[in-house]
Design a protein around this ligand. Structure first.
Ligand SMILES: [Zn+2]
Ligand SMILES: [Zn+2]
Length: 345
């Protein structure tokens, strides 16, 4: 099969022929990929940012952790999927049995596999990918899975974070979403779907702010040094109840904490070089909450897919043929993509 492989950190992806994955465990499913989202984490992975956490990867490696397609082959224990079913792949393969899995915290599964990220399990920048029956969400018959690819990570992370934050967001309150890239694009829409609160969208790029109203924002503000001041001004000096930081780069975490009202929640979705530091005096005195978000659950992905299939959420993807994977990564690095970049093998 054709795959876009990485041979070394900081290298380009090479489109080469590699051996296609086979069913090796009775619960394995081979998915024919028709859409593989390109994530900011792929850019960081290529730069070697995850090697201290994940250990040395096995090069050549196939990235791609946001995948959709059709079932191509199933192991003998698979009962809920048939060849040809359209599916969305949850990025994690989990055991379902360990303490974390049984506590519905499967992102912390003791034997977690994370195809396209963990450096051992090949991801979806390829014609085919192996995953497990448990990780797949079956889409209704006739659904084209390719436009759904960005739900599997960007959408799911946003969904998880919004569901966890909504309870803290009063109907007469206000929330800020910073960064309208792949994740923020969903976070804003989902906040609007779940909350009547006032929503403020923030981005560096004017064209993203122009679109913020159609995603549910009441107010769009440009990012910059005076962001905290602008947000305070827009809220009568009080600050906001919730900030969803979809950037994760300084000074955004620090600005986010500064624009919260007392009792506010800082929700981190963007994993990057920023640090969310807060003195204990401020943390206790203002009763702030700092929440990190790592992907989401299978149940959440099922709910989100239902929303998308029923037109409750906008999907915007920019498609690239697999051979243009490097161009897609380049466009992502330079913020030139509306919605999500998706590779189509
Ligand atoms: Zn990702
Ligand atoms: Zn587990």
């Amino acid at each position: 099969m054709k795959a876009a492989v990485l041979n070394e950190f900081n290298g380009d992806l090479d489109l080469i022929d590699v051996e296609a994955p086979q069913v090796s465990h009775p619960s394995d499913v081979i998915v024919r990929i028709t859409g593989a989202g390109v994530c900011g984490s792929d850019v960081h992975w290529i730069q070697g940012a995850f090697k201290d956490i994940l250990g040395a990867p096995q090069f050549p490696y196939i990235l791609g952790h946001e995948n959709a397609g059709y079932v191509e082959a199933v192991g003998e224990a698979v009962t809920t999927l048939r060849i040809g079913d359209p599916v969305l792949a949850h990025p994690h393969i989990t055991c379902g049995l360990c303490r974390a899995c049984r506590r519905n915290e499967a992102s912390f599964c003791e034997s977690l596999r994370f195809p396209g990220i963990d450096g051992r399990s090949p991801g979806g920048f390829a014609e085919f990918m192996r995953t497990s029956e448990h990780a797949l969400v079956k889409l209704p018959p006739g659904t084209d899975p390719a436009p759904m690819a960005s739900l599997a990570d960007a959408g799911l992370t946003a969904y998880h974070a919004v569901r966890r934050a909504c309870g803290d967001l009063p109907a007469d309150g206000a929330a800020v979403v910073i960064g309208l890239g792949g994740v923020g694009y969903f976070a804003l829409q989902l906040l609007r779907a779940f909350s009547p609160a006032r929503l403020i969208a923030v981005d560096l790029r004017p064209e993203k702010l122009d679109n913020a109203g159609t995603l549910g924002a009441d107010l769009a503000l440009p990012a910059g040094e005076d962001l905290v001041e602008r947000v305070l001004q827009a809220t009568g000096g009080a600050g906001v109840d919730l900030v969803m930081d979809c950037v994760g780069i300084a000074p955004v975490p620090e600005q986010s904490l500064a624009m919260l009202r007392r009792g506010g929640v800082y929700s981190a979705l963007g994993a990057d070089t920023g640090e969310a530091c807060c003195g204990t005096l401020a943390l206790t005195g203002r009763e702030l909450t700092i929440k990190g978000n790592l992907v989401g659950t299978l149940g959440e992905l099922t709910e989100l897919a239902h929303m998308a299939v029923n037109g409750r959420i906008q999907l915007t993807q920019t498609s690239y043929p697999l051979r243009d994977a490097n161009r897609a990564l380049q466009d992502l690095r330079h913020g030139r993509i509306q919605g999500r970049a998706v590779l189509v093998p």
